[in-house]
Design a protein around this ligand. Sequence first.
Ligand SMILES: C[S@@+](CC[C@H](N)C(=O)[O-])C[C@H]1O[C@@H](n2cnc3c(N)ncnc32)[C@H](O)[C@@H]1O
Length: 261
Amino acid sequence: MQSKELHYDSDAVAFLEELWGEGFLSPGGPAEVARLLEGVDLAGKTVVDIGCGTGGITVSLVRDYDAGKVIGLDVEAPVCEVSRKRVEEAGLADRIEIRQVEPGPIPLADGSVDIVFSKDSIVHIPDKETLTKDAFRVLKPGGMFVASDWLISHDGEPSPEMAHYIAEEDLGFGMASPNRYRNALEAAGFIDISMKNRNPWYREIAKEELARLERIDRAKFETVITPSDLVSQIATWRAMVVVLDSGEHCPHHFRATKPLS
Ligand SMILES: C[S@@+](CC[C@H](N)C(=O)[O-])C[C@H]1O[C@@H](n2cnc3c(N)ncnc32)[C@H](O)[C@@H]1O
């Protein structure tokens, strides 16, 4: 399902956290998490966070949203280590467990969680049909799958611009279309499926990020990664802005509910 190559090593983490904030390996910070979770009541709930990264959001689910228990899953050892440290420093080790897992089924019992949450991580899991079935399996009746992910707008071959961007990212992306996600969620048995296209938001933010990398904060980024790595990140962001502008790269929020019976 996914190679063993580390995509989020310490250099990548340092770069992304400089760009997106400490504990965040995806854009938008706390405000975007709040938009993703708007109207979702996490109080006292058991949540699994698929692809918890360095744990900023995982900690926030308990600290800011009062989740009862969060299980953060990630495949990469270094980010799990950073996450565990963050959890301990926050004094939340009794409510948050970070588990390093192999790519594959969610290692939780059937009907054991209230919320399956994920922020910009399931782009790394190409088989959306198996993933959504598995999310359905681990949810209690009435539970919700709430996620943000990076999508491609259609089911055909990526355009040359999109193929170039995906190659530049080199992060083992397995992007799917909104249509494919919706079909997978329906086939898994979910109801009340909603999808929100975040392209209009991120296409503007990504331009600001590019300006920071190229000019505004360039000197700062050069202290975080090597100048040649920065040049390559700038090339990735330039490629990304093109496919955000065309709409082919379309991050989405989605929600779906497991029926009560
Ligand atoms: C873009 S980061 C997002 C991390 C975090 N959710 C955030 O927003 O800060 C993606 C994360 O997904 C993890 N990941 C990749 N494949 C995974 C899989 N099959 N299961 C769980 N996590 C995975 C990566 O190791 C990485 O930490």
